[in-house]
Design a binder for this molecule. Structure first.
Ligand SMILES: Cc1ncc(COP(=O)(O)O)c(C=O)c1O
Length: 387
């Protein structure tokens, strides 16, 4: 009997290829080779000289790695500074830094729920939230996208300890959650509200203080935020922000905090540097929103179907997964890099191009990007929204 335990992988690969869903890793150059509307560098800070200098200085002083988990040798004064600065900037009592936003979501969801409790999760939530729900052992009610009434109903049906979780800005379509309505739904059920502000930090709120600050909910007792340091802050890593007792609970119980090597000093230093730039140049946040609005206006005026952006993500519908892949490739070949979302990354099975509105895009670059996306559009892009 031949030993071929991985033959099933070839079958899956064939099925993926037939469905046009093969993913490939394409290493990029050190400098953008094309106009970049594909990355998450919303504020154009990842190559900002102050940010890269802060990252380099941190590596020189503290080492290339953090050397251990946060509770052993992986916490430095830099981590503590970053936690203080993030909490202060976003308006929360305390913060805890993780090696990624993914790890921060797993931590918050598992530590703040558990067997016998309920998590109410929007159907459009990010994969890291979905995975956090799965790991939590809580009962999870997945409710329709953007439906606070459905959230209230799920909470009423349960009655016990509960946590409502949502993206602040949904990563696929760039629409924002109705945070005040969700907070209202939480109140009668005494439920906590957990908001993943990955796409809101640096873009929404005064000077980029995030979606919770914008909604007047930052620092409220029942409210917790998760962040990534890898988008607006141009670095890498994640964080949970909330009341001090919640953060202390995470230090003691969150497995992705306890059993994971601490964030690399360069990433912590880079994020601190980026926060410094953002405090000094708060107009970057409004500019990112302005660029998104300009992209949306011009793309829809040209006949394409795009969702009105609430932050810096502009989502343009494609007629099919294959067409979306070809469209993105044609844009890249014409000098503009755009993202491409298709199943299984999209919960509704509708494929899209995803354009990132960066604060540092010039008017000329916006014009070039729009002209490229429009010129390469599949013929039926404006009308057929299925697949
Ligand atoms: C909404 C959202 N949450 C969490 C994450 C994960 O953050 P990280 O990349 O830092 O792990 C991402 C994307 O990366 C995201 O888009």
């Amino acid at each position: 009997m031949p030993f071929t335990p991985f033959d099933w992988i070839d079958d899956e690969a064939r099925r993926r290829a037939a469905a046009g869903l093969v993913r490939t890793v394409r290493p990029r150059g050190a400098r953008p080779e094309s106009l970049d509307l594909a990355s998450n560098d919303y504020l154009g800070l990842t190559r900002h000289p102050e940010v890269t200098a802060a990252a380099a200085a941190a590596a020189h002083r503290w080492g290339a790695g953090s050397t251990g988990s946060r509770l052993v040798t992986g916490s430095t004064a830099l981590h503590a500074d970053l936690e203080r600065d993030l909490a202060d900037f976003c308006g929360f009592e305390a913060a805890l830094v993780f090696s990624s936003g993914y790890a921060a979501n797993l931590a918050a969801l598992t530590a703040l729920s558990g067997r016998g409790s309920l998590i109410v999760s929007d159907a459009g939530n990010h994969a890291s939230i979905v995975d956090g729900c799965r790991l939590s052992r809580a009962e999870t009610a997945v409710v329709a996208h953007a439906d606070p009434e459905a959230v209230a109903k799920a909470l009423r049906a349960h009655g016990g300890r509960a946590l409502v979780v949502t993206d602040s800005v949904f990563s696929v379509d760039g629409d924002a959650a109705a945070l005040p309505d969700l907070a209202e739904a939480c109140r009668p059920a005494n439920a906590a509200l957990l908001v993943d502000d990955a796409h809101g930090l640096g873009v929404l709120g005064e000077g980029g203080r995030g979606a919770l600050a914008a909604a007047g909910l930052a620092g409220r007792d029942g409210v917790v935020a998760t962040l990534t340091l890898s988008k607006s802050l141009g670095s890498q890593g994640g964080a949970v922000l909330g009341p001090a007792r919640v953060i202390e609970h995470l230090v003691n119980t969150a497995r992705t905090f306890i059993f994971d090597t601490g964030l690399a000093p360069a990433a912590a230093g880079g994020a601190l540097g980026a926060l410094g730039v953002l405090r000094r140049e708060p107009e970057r946040a409004a500019r990112a929103r302005q660029v998104a609005a300009a992209l949306h206006t011009r793309l829809t005026a040209a006949g394409l179907t795009a969702v009105r952006p609430d932050a810096a993500v502009v989502s343009v519908r494609a007629p099919s997964a294959d067409a979306a892949v070809r469209w993105a490739a044609d844009c890249r070949a014409a000098g503009t890099a755009v993202g491409c979302f298709r199943p299984p990354s999209v919960p509704d099975g509708v494929s899209r191009l995803r354009l990132t509105a960066r604060a540092d895009l010039t008017e000329e670059q916006i014009t070039t990007a729009v002209a490229t996306v429009v010129a390469t559009a599949p013929r039926q892009a404006g009308t057929d929204l299925s697949g």
